[in-house]
Design a protein around this ligand. Structure first.
Ligand code: GUN
Ligand code: FE
Length: 460
């Protein structure tokens, strides 16, 4: 099928490999030899290999010498794990950048977003736009994305088909929303909303029964747009399907929190609310997590929920919102990064990472130094292995370990691509870590020359 990894031959590389072993341990492997088998899994990973040793290693793995090409990476080139975008909205792809500066969340939804998302009623439009979206994400090195679809079931099935065909690893959810949105853009009944959710689960699990690439995800937009019986129905589905992930927006803005309290006066906090409906557990991906009470942080910790940190949208809407990421990390709560595009103007994980650094500096100031800023290694971890943990995929992706699947980026510095001035030029005295830092801070998708998911080359 289309999702099958590298056709024919295994893949092999020799050169620099950079990945996270944990939040604080960034590992640089030089002269690393990697073989990816035909199933897209890392079969061999060995550092400090001299070229003349390669044939011996190959024969140890049952390969005849010189049967397949080995890509030799030069100085200024390296491999790193693919980026994992833990939160974004596929139907906002063509809406990125519009009407967000200083706007309140609810006004932005009502003035710009719902009208835009309603266009996905048309399957032809959905095909065209989702195709552009998935290609664009892959181009920027996003090998895994957790997508919110529109509220339309059929369009969301199209999104799943496209991720599968183009080879992107993805969690895909039909957005559940049956109130506080215009008649022309919401689920008309709870039954409809749940039926379309069931249909999407069935569609995706039929297409990819072993979830090699794509998985359905329950996606109540947020409590404001769901009636209690809809939330309960989704909680029941979560119980029926014990491995189904769940995503929602959580404690995103003051206005949103106050309105949620008005609608659900029986709950003191959003953590109470989502927990009571059966939507908080180790499969939950909670976007934003800005204003949590101590009690809520404890709940996230106890239930092992994941946080999708979205620093771009958090700092470009009405308030400058600083999520207490250091506190979450201190408690070993799972944290990944989200572009939140289109609430975030950019769908680049490099941009999200840079904004995470800026926001963490603001947090340091607000806590008078108690919460130290994110380091480069930590920011990169959030964009890769941290995101894999949040999406429940750490056993399969996020870093390079024998047996994991090869989701990777091949990075080339600017002058190697004859694009001086794009990425800060690599100089003679630069260490490999300096090259890596220059890429993260000044590189862009042009420096991401190849993107692999399960060993398949997916950047066009
Ligand atoms: N809360 C409810 N819907 C949305 C959305 O589309 N984007 C963001 N950032 N927050 C939301
Ligand atoms: Fe969002």
């Amino acid at each position: 099928s289309d999702s099958s990894p590298a056709a024919g031959l295994p893949l092999a590389f020799h050169g620099t490999v950079i990945h996270s072993r944990s939040l604080t341990e960034l590992e640089v492997l030089e002269n690393c030899f990697i073989v990816v088998d035909k199933a897209g899994k890392i079969q061999t990973l060995q550092a400090n290999v001299q070229p003349e040793q390669i044939n011996t290693i190959l024969s140890d793995h049952g390969y005849a010498p010189d049967v397949f090409p080995i890509k030799r990476l030069q100085r200024g080139q390296f491999l790193c794990p693919g980026f994992i975008d833990t939160h974004n909205h596929a139907p906002q792809w063509a809406q990125r950048g519009l009407g967000i500066r200083g706007e309140s969340l609810l006004d932005w939804l009502n003035k710009v977003t719902f009208a835009h998302e309603s266009k996905f009623q048309d399957p032809e439009y959905a095909k065209q736009m989702y195709s552009s979206c998935v290609t664009g994400f892959l181009q920027q090195g996003i090998t895994t994305a957790s997508y919110y679809g529109s509220h339309h079931g059929p369009a969301t099935q199209i999104l799943a088909d496209i991720c599968f065909a183009k080879g992107q690893r993805a969690l895909i959810g039909k957005c559940n929303m049956n109130r506080n949105a215009p008649d022309w853009y919401r689920d008309s009944t709870v039954e409809d909303s749940l039926l379309e959710t069931h249909a999407l689960i069935k569609h995706i699990t039929t297409l990819d029964p072993e979830s090699h690439l794509i998985k359905p995800i329950l996606t109540p937009r947020f409590a404001i747009s769901c009636t209690p019986d809809l939330l309960q129905g989704l909680g029941d589905i979560a119980k029926e399907h014990p491995t189904l992930p769940i995503q929602t927006h959580f404690n995103e803005a003051t206005q949103e929190i106050q309105y949620t309290q008005q609608l659900f006066p029986q709950f003191r906090t959003e953590a109470d609310l989502y927990r009571k409906y059966g939507l908080l557990n180790e499969r939950s991906i909670l976007a934003h997590c800005i204003f949590l009470e101590e009690e809520e942080i404890k709940t996230l910790q106890e239930l092992d929920c994941g946080v999708a940190h979205c620093p771009i949208s958090n700092t470009t809407m009405q308030e400058f919102m600083v999520a207490p990421i250091r506190e979450y990390l201190r408690r070993d709560i799972k944290v990944g990064l989200g572009t939140d595009s289109g609430g975030g103007y950019s769908s680049s994980m490099l941009d999200a990472m840079k904004q995470a650094f800026i926001v963490s500096n603001a947090r340091t100031m607000l806590t008078k130094g108690a919460d130290e800023p994110l380091s480069l290694a930590e920011g990169f971890y959030l964009a890769t292995l941290g995101g894999a943990r949040v999406c429940g995929l750490e056993a399969r992706v996020g870093n390079f370990v024998v047996g994991k699947e090869f989701d990777a980026l091949e990075i080339h510095s600017g002058e190697l691509l004859d694009m001086p001035g794009v990425m800060s030029p690599v100089e003679e005295e630069d260490s490999i870590l300096a090259v890596f830092e220059k890429f993260l801070m000044t590189g862009d998708d042009r420096n991401i020359v190849k993107v692999f998911v399960r060993g398949r080359s997916v950047k066009v």
